[in-house]
Design a binder for this molecule. Structure first.
Ligand SMILES: [Fe+2]
Length: 277
């Protein structure tokens, strides 16, 4: 459908140039995006300058769209602003948590299916987004190592993720984080299709039944493995870029940028379709 579509690396990403936002707000484009997401994990439309209306239309064609309880746009409640500027979003202080590798909604029973993110303003320093494909990372593990991961369960929590971003947190901050329920998920997520990915990242704390230190070390080792250059890509944003990713399998993080940066993204999120199993 998109003649300029070119894989970014053999293991992750496909990019399309020369397409406008209006061309994406239709069922054929959405269907193309769904299958590209399945095959490549990350889909980039360079400088397509999609507006909020078309972003919502495309998102609704891709699946059920999350309406965020906080931070949604007044005209398009599905659209959230991502910024470190408190004037742009009430969630600004939490967004430094995105500097660490993570999967969105990993503390939910059904993590979000995907995310659409478009750049309205970019940062002059920092602010790139990196992605790492945990299907590819799992597939490439030696068989003995895959066997060792069978049946392992991981405790995911908001507090674990926030403590990475705010290592000197006050007791009051820690108490607020602790109110968000924790969730236990298998370390290896097996889909209905049989595909497997590693469910790790900033929310992953301990492994059930393992010494905390030993569990954390295993998770750290798997994170290092999964985020090697051969499974990862780094996107340097230009104004108007739109990136879609399969949130269930793509770890991602933002390269740090400052609160005074003009970086401003608009985002929509697709509701998860498959519980972790
Ligand atoms: Fe995220």
């Amino acid at each position: 459908m998109f003649e300029t579509a070119t894989p970014i690396t053999p293991s992750i990403g496909i990019e399309v140039s020369g397409v406008s936002g209006e061309q994406l707000a239709n069922p054929d484009a959405a269907q193309w995006c769904r299958s590209a997401l399945d095959r490549h994990g990350v889909v980039l439309f360079r400088e397509c300058h999609i507006d909020d209306g078309d972003l919502v239309t495309l998102s609704r064609l891709l699946g059920d769209v999350v309406v965020p309880p906080m931070g949604g746009d007044k005209v398009h409640p599905e659209v959230s602003a991502i910024s470190l500027d408190p004037a742009e979003t009430v969630l600004a202080s939490y967004n430094t948590g995105t500097f660490h590798w993570h999967i969105d909604g990993a503390t939910d029973a059904i993590p979000q299916l995907g995310t659409l993110l478009t750049a309205l303003e970019v940062s002059t320093e920092g602010g790139d987004t990196e992605f790492a494909n945990t299907y590819a990372a799992y597939d490439a593990l030696p068989d003995e190592e895959k066997a060792e991961l069978v049946g392992l369960q991981v405790v995911h929590s908001f507090a674990t993720a926030q403590s990475l971003a705010h290592p000197n947190a006050t007791d009051k901050q820690k108490a607020a984080w602790a109110k968000v329920p924790t969730r236990v998920h298998p370390l290896v997520w097996t889909r209905r299709t049989g595909r497997k990915s590693l469910l790790i990242g900033a929310t992953a704390g301990e492994i059930v039944g393992m010494e905390p230190q030993e569990g954390r070390a295993l998770i750290a080792r798997l994170l290092e493995w999964s985020t090697q250059p051969r499974f990862a890509l780094r996107h340097h944003w230009h104004r108007g870029d739109l990136v879609l990713w399969d949130n269930t399998g793509m770890l991602h993080r933002a390269i740090p940028y400052t609160a005074t940066s003009r970086r401003l993204m608009h985002r929509t999120t697709l509701t998860g379709e498959e519980a972790v199993a």
